[in-house]
Design a protein around this ligand. Structure first.
Ligand SMILES: [Cu+2]
Length: 349
């Protein structure tokens, strides 16, 4: 069993082992229906356990285990390939020429979006009798765009964004500003005034053809806006990629919850058509999912964990540009449904 963790900061990675197939059995700490693959695509923040079917042939030969980025955005990036070596023990007295042999895997093209969509679509929950019941029906429905944009360039610095602006990224056109007071502290002490507001847009504020020609105005707003949810709210969230500054796969990570991935597709999400095709039988349960380049992904989760929970692109650069937001989940009525108070020894600033 190999435990794969993408620990890169800004690269989604293809991974493959020469002459070998792996069986995927787990993703983000939840079992999945096993399936075989020659190539794994793993985003920053994702983890997966795979079983390697070892074939002890060519003792002493070198089988390369290689990883290289999947990338569809604009701009420059490091397309290096990294390798590790798999080799089988050579029995004593065994003489062969295998030592000289090097097998290399074939990695997909750097922008192999269709392959990524097919691969991602193969993940299914390992069926268990309770699963169907635990796929939440939704109380609240959200549609969030995720993508890049620009913001005015601050004085006295040189900005690299379009037309001299500063690169930005946003969710529903809100580039999330980190407050100086911790969100959780402001929530617990009921002093949110001046720290955050709870009016995060539930739909894109300026609809456009998200996966077509980008609009001329790509300016984002900069604010600390959150969504407040009553305890135990069932949430459906569709994340829509935009083509602003290039369609790109954004690995979205939600803190505090696992979610079920009930659908994905290319182009713009169409609720009337696409919701009918949601998988409510065996959707994979995980905590990080790529919003497909030029497409959308639909997730559902049950907000049964009180607190303030960050959701963000797992590309460090996009998070720093503002592709992030947070959910506040209010306390429930029972003692076990309430956020514990801060510890008495919590350092005071
Ligand atoms: Cu991103």
């Amino acid at each position: 069993m190999l435990r794969l963790i993408n620990a890169a900061m800004n690269d989604e990675l293809f991974f493959s082992i020469a002459n070998h197939t792996v069986t995927i059995v787990e993703a983000d700490a939840v079992y999945v229906k096993p399936f075989q693959t020659d190539v794994v695509m793993i985003t920053p923040g994702q983890t997966t356990n795979v079983l390697l079917n070892a074939k002890p042939y060519y003792p002493g030969a070198t089988f390369l285990m290689a990883a290289r980025p999947y990338f569809t955005g604009q701009g420059t990036f490091d397309n290096s390939t990294v390798v590790g070596i798999l080799e089988y023990e050579q029995p004593l007295n065994h003489t062969s020429n295998a030592k000289k042999m090097v097998f290399k895997p074939t990695l997909p093209p750097i922008n192999a979006t269709t392959l990524v969509a097919n691969f991602t679509g193969k993940f299914r929950s390992l069926k268990n009798p309770n699963l169907t019941a635990s796929v939440p029906q939704m109380d609240r429905i959200f549609y969030f765009t995720t993508g890049l944009g620009s913001s005015p360039c601050p004085k006295n610095i040189t900005c690299q964004g379009p037309n001299g602006t500063k690169f930005a990224a946003s969710v529903n056109n809100v580039s999330f500003a980190l407050p100086t007071t911790a969100l959780l502290q402001a929530h617990v002490t009921k002093k949110s005034n001046g720290v955050y507001t709870t009016d995060f847009p539930i739909n894109p504020p300026n609809p456009f053809n998200y996966t077509g020609t980008p609009p001329n105005n790509t300016l984002v707003s900069i604010a600390t806006r959150l969504v407040e949810l009553p305890f135990n709210t069932s949430v459906e969230l569709v994340l829509q990629d935009t083509s602003i500054l290039g369609a790109e796969n954004h690995p979205l990570h939600l803190h505090g919850f696992n979610f079920f991935v009930v659908g994905q597709g290319f182009g713009n999400y169409n609720a009337k058509q696409d919701r009918n095709n949601f998988n409510l039988v065996d959707p994979v349960e995980r905590n990080t999912i790529g919003v497909p380049a030029g497409g959308w992904v639909a997730i559902r989760f049950l907000a049964d964990n009180p607190g303030v929970w960050f959701m963000h692109c797992h590309f460090d650069v996009h998070t720093s540009w503002g592709l992030r937001m947070a959910w506040i989940v209010m306390d429930g009525p029972l003692p076990s449904q309430k956020l514990p108070p801060p510890p008495s020894d919590l350092p005071k600033c």
